[in-house]
Every structure is written in structure tokens, then in C-alpha cells.
Design a protein around this ligand. Structure first.
Ligand code: PLP
Length: 375
């Protein structure tokens, strides 16, 4: 039987695509390494788990699982509209915010059109752009010795915006660097863009960040018609496994995003849990406090080991080991600790570490001290 070279059949963008590299799941580590009681500090999940109110809401929803979910997400959108003081018509729900990033590329990009983003930006932006064959204009990041090492250089990004640029991506704070931009600088940047260029501000970690410095882009929608803000329930809300995120934009943009959105992209448990999680402000406040204390614990401990920790406004830190980290990462896995290598970003001397609970942070620091003492 003749076999086809299917890769020659794929559209060019897909042929060159390399899939997103996720953090290693705990079960996979335990299967492969025969270790137990391992911890995962690799995917910026909330180490406290999910909001108890969200979990209770899911249990009540189980009897209705035979029904299709509400394709319009009416209740969740109504709650989000109230939270952000916008019309529900400004909201696009996604199966995680990854989903809405893909809708943006599908709705606004194609070969011959361009997207601008920064070196070391979140890996999903180039994947979404490549998939639809758009031109990617990558701005060099700020240098390693700047106050915001490896962060977005807005000036360099602006220089890459042209007549065919339909979209600019900013993550504030950014993953995997943790670096951030002051609110006033982001607003100046959005205001300077031509009207045909959408500015996507990805606020996946905003619940952890200092709102006075980074601002709240969701509150700027009336000022900037070309602004799109993305948010997620995967990080501070602790619902990564359910997959819910959303975009806020002007209603015209939301209408277009909703045309490419599959009707039932957010399942009924996710809709219910997200809706309930919004009411649990105490859980978010507690998560913020645990994160701030863990950030100090990890920064102090890692610097005590002679490592360089990049400034972070999120729930993780990027650590510069000053040498290739593959062996260190491997030794951590053997010790039952999963962190995130970032070689796929071109960062072979760094590891990204999610801030855990105090005892998890201590265990990581102790293991690292052992490993660095040996190697
Ligand atoms: C984690 C993350 C997301 C989204 O994750 P979802 O689980 O798809 O909502 C988006 N942007 C950044 C920068 C992230 O780190």
C-alpha cells in the first residue's frame, strides 16, 4: 500500500509547527522515575488547589451532565460583566485563555498579515500565529542586565508595527520571565498604535500582581477600542484542569471572535465552577498572601545559593543558574520535584519555578542545595 507523506499535505504554517511543551505531569514522573510523593512546581498552578466554593458548585452540577452546556455562557458572562463593569457582549469565553488566543489569530491573521511580540514571550503567541501562516515580527527582549531582564522592550516592539500589523501581544506580567510593565507605559503604547492594530494584553497572572503598578487593562476598554484583554481561571483561581478563560474587547471584536469559537468550547462544569469561583474573594486574597510569602522565601533561598532570580510579579520565578541546567533539572526530577526547563524559549541556563506552599518551597531549596553541592 502506498503511504502518503502527509506532512506535504499540511498547510505550510502547520508543517513548521512545533507543539507547545507542557510541564511534566506528576503521574508521568512517578511512572518514569519510580519516585513517590513528588511535587510539581512547573505549570504555575495554584498550590492551594481550587476554591472550595467552586468545588461545591461542581458537585451540584453533576446531575445535569447529560445536557449540553449553555453555548452562550450566560451566567458566567453576566458575572464577569459585573466584575469588569462591561456589557456581556464584550466577552468571549474560551477553553482556557489559550483558546481565545487562537481565536484572535484565526479571526485577524493570515499569510501577508503580521503579529508583533517580544522575544521570550509566552510560547502560545508564536504557535497561534504560525498556525494561520501570519508573519511574526519578534522584538528583541530587554538585556539581561537591565532592571527588567529579558522583559518586553515596548520601544523595540513599536518599531516593528507597520501597515500590515494586525496584532501586538503583551503579557503583563510575562511568562516565562515574570517581568512586568508599568501601567502608564502600557497605556502610552496602546495609545500610540494605529487603529488597525489590535493590542492583546494577556493578564493571566493579574490576581497575583500589584495592581497599583501593573494596572488593570480590563478597565481601559472604553479608552482603547483596539484593546483586547485576556484572563484565565487556570492560575490564581486554581481551575487549570477545567479549562476556562476569556477575552474582553469591544463588542465588534467579540462578535468576530465568537464566530470562530466552537459553540460548546466551555463545558458545563467549567462554567459553573468559574461562576462560583468569582464569588470567593477570600480564596483569591489568601492565595495572594501565600504567594507573596512564598516569593520571599524562594527569592531569599535561591539567592542564598548564589543564583540569580529575575524580578517577578507572578506566581513563579525565572532563575538564572549561569550554566546549562539539564543535569540540575534531571537531578530534581530524581528527587521527585518537577520544575520547568525553558530551553524551548532559548533559555538553556534558566529554570522556571512555580511558587509552592511553604513546605514545598523548603523541599525544593534543600534539594537544590544538595544538587548544587554535588555538581
Ligand atoms: C498560563 C498562561 C495562559 C493561559 O492558560 P490557560 O490555562 O489556557 O488559560 C495565558 N497566558 C499566559 C502568559 C500564561 O502563562
Amino acid at each position: 500500500m502506498k503511504t502518503y507523506d502527509y506532512s506535504s499535505l499540511a498547510v505550510p504554517g502547520v508543517r513548521q509547527l512545533r507543539p507547545y511543551t507542557p510541564g511534566k505531569p506528576i503521574a508521568e514522573l512517578e511512572r518514569e522515575y519510580g519516585v513517590r510523593e513528588s511535587i510539581k512546581l512547573a505549570s504555575n498552578e495554584n498550590p492551594l488547589g481550587a476554591s472550595p466554593m467552586a468545588l461545591a458548585a461542581i458537585r451540584d452540577e453533576l446531575d445535569d451532565l447529560w445536557l449540553y452546556p449553555d453555548a452562550n455562557g450566560f451566567e458566567l458572562k453576566r458575572a464577569l460583566a459585573r466584575l469588569h463593569d462591561v456589557d456581556p457582549a464584550c466577552i468571549t469565553l474560551g477553553n482556557g485563555s489559550n483558546d481565545v488566543l487562537v481565536f484572535l489569530a484565526q479571526a485577524f491573521l493570515q499569510p501577508g498579515l503580521e503579529a508583533v511580540f517580544s522575544q521570550y514571550c509566552f510560547a502560545v503567541y508564536p504557535i497561534a500565529c504560525q498556525m494561520v501562516g501570519a508573519e511574526m515580527r519578534v522584538a528583541p527582549a530587554l538585556p539581561a542586565d537591565s532592571p527588567m531582564p529579558l522583559g518586553h522592550d515596548l520601544r523595540a516592539m513599536y518599531q516593528r508595527v507597520g501597515p500590515d500589523t494586525r496584532m501586538v501581544f503583551i503579557a503583563n506580567p510575562n511568562n516565562p520571565t515574570g517581568t512586568w510593565l508599568e501601567a502608564a507605559r502600557v497605556k502610552d503604547f496602546i495609545g500610540s498604535l494605529p487603529p488597525h492594530t489590535l493590542c492583546v494584553v494577556d493578564e493571566a497572572y493579574t490576581e497575583y500582581a500589584d495592581g497599583d503598578r501593573l494596572g488593570n487593562a480590563a478597565g481601559w476598554l472604553r479608552e482603547f477600542p483596539n484593546l483586547v484583554v485576556t484572563r484565565t481561571f487556570s492560575k490564581a483561581y486554581g481551575l487549570a484542569g477545567l479549562r476556562v478563560g476569556y477575552a474582553l474587547s469591544n463588542p465588534g471584536v467579540a462578535d468576530l471572535l465568537n464566530r470562530v469559537r466552537p459553540a460548546f468550547n466551555v463545558n458545563s462544569l467549567a462554567l459553573t465552577a468559574a461562576r462560583a469561583a468569582l464569588d470567593d474573594q477570600a480564596f483569591i486574597d489568601h492565595s495572594r498572601e501565600v504567594n507573596a510569602a512564598g516569593m520571599r522565601q524562594l527569592q531569599d533561598g535561591l539567592e542564598g545559593l548564589g543564583l540569580k532570580v529575575l524580578p517577578s510579579a507572578a506566581n513563579f520565578v525565572l532563575v538564572d543558574f549561569g550554566r546549562p541546567v539539564a543535569a540540575i533539572d534531571e537531578a530534581l526530577l530524581r528527587a521527585g520535584i518537577i520544575v520547568r526547563p525553558v530551553a524551548n524559549y532559548g533559555l538553556e541556563q534558566h529554570l522556571r519555578i512555580t511558587i509552592g506552599r511553604p513546605e514545598q518551597n523548603s523541599r525544593l531549596l534543600k534539594s537544590l542545595a544538595d544538587i548544587l553541592g554535588r555538581t
